[in-house]
Design a protein around this ligand. Structure first.
Ligand code: NAP
Ligand code: MG
Length: 500
């Protein structure tokens, strides 16, 4: 049967029965309706059909969630010994492993991304984040400090920063939630998680599994709803100590301004316009094929997408031909179909935004080599956009400097390293970059010169829970993953004792 005619029939029985339950907020260990009974709808972006109605957190629900998180912070979570905290985080990872296929299907239906890719990428990263951070509680400790004053014993304690508001976007819903949740829990914090309005379902399933894993009530609260209401209430709430945010530059800046009023701690994982650079001496077949996936994976809805491909002029046409040939192979389809390479964009708004970039570029004389159209047939009701390659765009064009967050690649030639680095850095963003060359010296020289939080050499899009991830410039501050990932959920207390 064609998956488009009834995608829900493709779901495993476990996912079908999960979706038959009411989608309620998780507050203080209980699944509850919103105080005012409000609900919102979540859709399958491949068909534009309703998946479920979900309880919508309002200000009163945020009040209850933050209160529960504060009680848990000084209650059962604080009292749990490190080994027990480690065990419960590992149990949550065990459950994600056990139900990985179901979670991937649920996330696919809600986000449009191919289920097989979610299983291979998002689930592995989410489980990896839980496993990596589960190792920390028994290894977090202060120091004794040799001070100059006589008869003083001085030591430090590493204490949790408090209640964390984790606010995440729709492109990696479960994965981003775990990138925040895992280090926060390991640090001894408690969490109120607000998923994006477009993709609330995997966060609710994560909450259910966290309860099954034995996380005490109130340690993780899940409050689907809208950014302007639930998100804003979290950012303004005096009972929240830290905001761990991944999302757009505009909302990030708004949150920083709001959080300044009571000096909340904030960390920001924002957007990117990431140069992927191919030198003439690279393995061109591998570099060009990877460049196609670097932009088109998840239909370009990836902060790390290699959206600006810069190629040394003498191999530019050759690389263009390979990238176009690779792009032609990518099959658009429903995320639940096994042969789908690219799913839809997340929403009609996102489709309008992305295709608007393409249309304006074309009107300004930028050439569209392939794609740029909305496909018909089975795909007509979804928010699909063909993978698109633009060429002949000068550096000042918006498609060269702005984050499009869709399947749109801009290709440009360059001549020298100095010219390349200056042009690649001439953007407000600084999230990531790729460099392809067999010359080791050149690779490291360019990696050092690029203003980006991550540089991949002869590879692209690698992530690991041990490797810090975050931006330079307006791509944000603070790092997810690695040791820096947990540091931001800790604060240091210095204790002085007079030993007379
Ligand atoms: P967004 O609009 O900034 O939304 C992100 C989250 O913020 C959502 O949960 C949203 O809620 C919430 N929000 C909106 N207004 C808020 C407010 N006033 N107060 C508190 N929370 C508020 O971003 P998006 O469009 O969903 O996601 C795409 C962006 O995320 C892109 O720019 C992308 O580059 C970036 N991103 C960055 C990374 C990274 O690691 N650097 C990773 C993934 C994505 P609602 O959606 O429910 O309204
Ligand atoms: Mg949805």
């Amino acid at each position: 049967m064609n998956v488009f005619s009834d995608p829900m029939q493709r779901l495993n029985p476990g996912v079908q029965s999960f979706l038959k339950q009411p989608m309620r907020l998780l507050i203080d260990g209980q699944f509850v309706d919103a105080c005012d009974g409000r609900e919102f709808e979540t859709y399958d972006p491949a068909t534009n059909s309703l998946i479920a109605r979900v309880a919508e957190a309002g200000v009163a629900d945020i009040e209850a969630a933050v209160a529960a998180a504060n009680r848990a912070l000084v209650g059962p979570w604080a009292k749990m010994p490190p080994a027990a905290r480690e065990a419960v985080i590992h149990r949550l990872a065990d459950l994600l492993e056990k139900y990985a296929d179901d979670i991937a299907q649920l996330e696919s239906l809600d986000s449009g991304k191919p289920a097989a890719q979610i299983r291979a990428v998002d689930l592995e990263l989410a489980i990896g984040a839980l496993r990596y951070n589960a190792g920390w509680p028994s290894k977090l400790h202060g120091q004794t400090i040799p001070v100059n004053a006589p008869d003083m014993h001085v030591y430090t304690r590493r204490e949790p920063i408090g209640v964390v508001a984790a606010i995440v976007p729709w492109n990696f819903p479960l994965c981003q939630a775990c990138f925040k949740l895992a280090p926060a829990l390991a640090a001894g914090c408690t969490v109120v998680l607000k998923p994006a309005e477009q993709t609330p379902l995997s966060a609710l399933l994560l909450g259910k599994l966290a309860m099954e894993a034995g996380l005490p009530p109130g340690v993780l609260n899940v409050v689907p709803g809208f950014g302007k209401v639930a998100g804003q209430a979290l950012v303004e709430h005096p009972g929240v100590s830290k905001i761990a945010f991944t999302g757009s530059e505009a909302v990030g800046k708004h949150i920083v301004r709001t959080a300044a009023s009571d000096l909340k701690h904030v960390s920001m994982e924002l957007g990117g316009k990431n140069p992927n650079v191919i030198f003439a001496d690279a393995d061109l077949d591998v570099a060009a094929a990877t460049a196609a996936m670097a932009i088109f994976f998840y239909s370009g809805q990836v902060c790390a997408a290699g959206s600006r491909l810069m190629v040394e002029r003498k191999v530019y046409e050759q690389v263009l031909d390979i990238v176009v040939a690779e792009t032609r192979k990518l099959k658009l389809g429903h995320g639940l179909a096994a042969d789908t390479a690219l799913g839809p964009l997340i929403s009609a708004d996102q489709f309008a935004r992305v295709s608007g970039f393409v249309e304006r570029a074309k009107a300004e004389g930028v050439e569209c080599v392939i794609g740029g159209q909305k496909p018909g047939g089975d795909l007509a009701n979804g928010h699909f956009l063909e993978p698109t390659i633009l060429v002949n765009a000068s550096d000042s064009r918006e498609v060269v400097v702005e984050e499009i967050f869709g399947p749109v690649l801009v290709m440009q030639p360059f001549d020298t390293i100095e010219e390349l680095t200056a042009r690649a850095n001439n953007t407000g963003y600084g999230l990531s970059a790729g460099v392809w060359t067999k010359d080791v010296s050149k690779a490291h020289k360019v990696a050092a010169a690029l203003q980006a939080g991550t540089v991949w050499i002869n590879t692209y899009g690698q992530f690991d829970s041990a490797a810090p991830w975050g931006g330079y410039k307006q791509s944000g501050f603070g790092r997810d993953n690695g040791e820096e990932g947990i540091e931001k959920f800790l604060q240091t207390k210095t204790v002085w004792t007079h030993c007379s």
